[in-house]
Structures are given as structure tokens and as C-alpha cells.
Design a binder for this molecule. Sequence first.
Ligand SMILES: N[C@@H](CCC(=O)N[C@@H](CS)C(=O)NCC(=O)O)C(=O)O
Length: 342
Amino acid sequence: MSRPLKLIGNAGSPYSRKMRAVLRYRRIPFEWVRQNSAEAMALPKPKVPVIPVLGFVDENGECTEVMTDSSPQIMRLEEMHTGRSVVPTDPVVAFIDYLIEDFADEWTTKMMYHYRWYYDGAIDKAGRLLPLHAAVTVPDEQWHSMTDWVTERQISRRALVGSTEQNRPIIEDSYVRLLHLLDAHLTEHDYLFGTRPSRADFGLVGQLSQLTWWDPEAVAVAVRESSRTVVWTEHTDDLSGLSVDGDAGWCDRDSIPSTTLALLHEAGRTYAPFMLANNEAFDSDTEMLTCTIDGATYSQGRFGYQRKCLAWIREEYAALADADRSAVDELLRGTGCEQLFL
Ligand SMILES: N[C@@H](CCC(=O)N[C@@H](CS)C(=O)NCC(=O)O)C(=O)O
């Protein structure tokens, strides 16, 4: 009996789009279940109410297990299915891939949230459209009250992810640099680590599915600064038709494109000081974190999940064989990312 997985998500959610793109590329049978739909309501709830949720169906056809968080979801899928893996075969390349995936998930998501809930065009669009995702038939009165509710709630949460006046230039400048870096890469390559996509590609594409296609102000910046990135994002959203031959198509540690390594400098400039300051805020029992990014002061409230992310990535680093760890150190030297592992 075929037992497709359930992916409960929302088209306006970057991590949902990341996971849907992974499942499509991997040709793993799944059902896309819209958040808040009748079908979603009938499924078990995860411990933490976030999307995307991956649901596993047992031999009786019942969805009995659900899990959250896209990075562990991807690794669970790697255990269940072998073909069309998204983890590079060289452990050194795999580590760099994981680091860039985490940069996409934990730093570029600030761009996504900022461009959605700071500018008037985006706020108006998201406020109108997001409530209709549950059902387009929602009565007008309910729709309008949901518009007000979601708009107020999300704007009030901006500071939680760092979208403040003080941080705005840091986040927006990083977005433009990211577009330039991807543009340089996409001039010569389709994916970050070879001729097939990896976790890092999907992590970036999740956030970019919103930034480069959805939120009007962010879309305008992307079309102007890197048209290639806009189109790449659309392509990578559904790679079910891409031919991949076994484990072929990955670069090895000595052939990582320089334009991919350049992304580590952007991560080292932004994500690394942020992740360290976040960790430090927990160590010193301080509610707010503060760090210097590009000579400017960045601050926001500390975030528990990102402390876990740093611990996980440090575990991966510690688990590398000695020779592999030395090769990783060599690649990270001078990027700013090395400070994560001191
Ligand atoms: N680390 C999670 C993040 C998931 C996440 O933050 N999802 C957001 C939507 S994109 C959410 O559900 N937020 C709940 C809320 O806003 O209340 C992942 O990788 O999937």
C-alpha cells in the first residue's frame, strides 16, 4: 500500500515552501495539506504549534506521528529514502552545506519577515491574502477581522525577529549583498554544490520564495538586483523533473565553487555574530542580545530555538573526523564563520 506523507503548511510560509520543494525534488509521495483546512484539523497536533508539520502514516492508513522543524525533517527523509539525496557525499562539503542551510533558516528569515511586515504594500497584500489560505469561501466579515488580527499580530512580532528601525539597514543591506552573491553564482552554476540541489539551496529558496515572488517591495529589489535569483527560486521550487544519476553531480571539498564559499563571508558577517550574541545572552541571563554587524549595533530579544541550532551545528563540527575538521577549518578561515567553533 502506498502511504504518502502529509505535509501541513502554508504557501506564505518560507519553511513550508522549503519542505515542499525538497519532497518534490526527491519524488517522495506526499499530500500537501493546507494549514487550518478541515484535513489539517483532523491530524494530530505537534507539541509546538509551528508549520511545516510532516505527518507519517502507519500501516492502517492513520497519521499517528507528526514532527516539526525543517532541518530535522530533511534528515528524517534521508533515513527513509535513499535516492536523490540532498546531502552532499563529501562530509566536508556536507558540513558547509549544513552551515549555509542554517544561515538561510536563521538569518535570511529576518529579511523575509522584515519585508513582509515593514512596508505598506507587503502588509496590505499579506493582510488580505493570508487569511484566505484556510478557505477562499470565508465570509467577508470573518475575513476582514482575520486581516486585522493577523496584521496586528505579525507587526507586533517584528521586533522578536529583529525587524526594528535600528536593525533595518543591517537586514536590508544583507539582502542586497545576498542577491549579488547569488547572482554571481548563478551566472555559472545551477546549484551551490554541483549540478544537483542540496539542503542549502532549499533553505535559501524557502525564504526567497517569499522575498523574490511575494512581498512587493522585496520582489522589486530582487528583480532589479538579481533577476537570475528570482527565476532560480521559481525553478528550484519544483525540481521533480530534474535528472540525477545516483550520487553523481556533487562537487568535492577541493572544487566547491568560489561563489559558494563567498556566501560564508556573508554568513560570517551577519549570522555568526548574531548566533554567538544570542548564545551569550542565555549564558549571561540577559533578555536582549547585542552585537556589532558591519560596524553597526544590532540588537533583539534572545531566541531559544537559535541557541539549539548553534548547539546542533557545533555537534556536527565535533563529530567530523580530524582530517575533515581540518579541511573545514581551512575553508572557514577568514570568513567570520570560524568564530562559531572556537
Ligand atoms: N525552525 C522551524 C521554523 C518554522 C517556523 O518558524 N514556522 C513559522 C511560519 S513560517 C510558524 O509556524 N510560526 C508560528 C507563529 O508565527 O505563531 C523550521 O525549520 O521549520
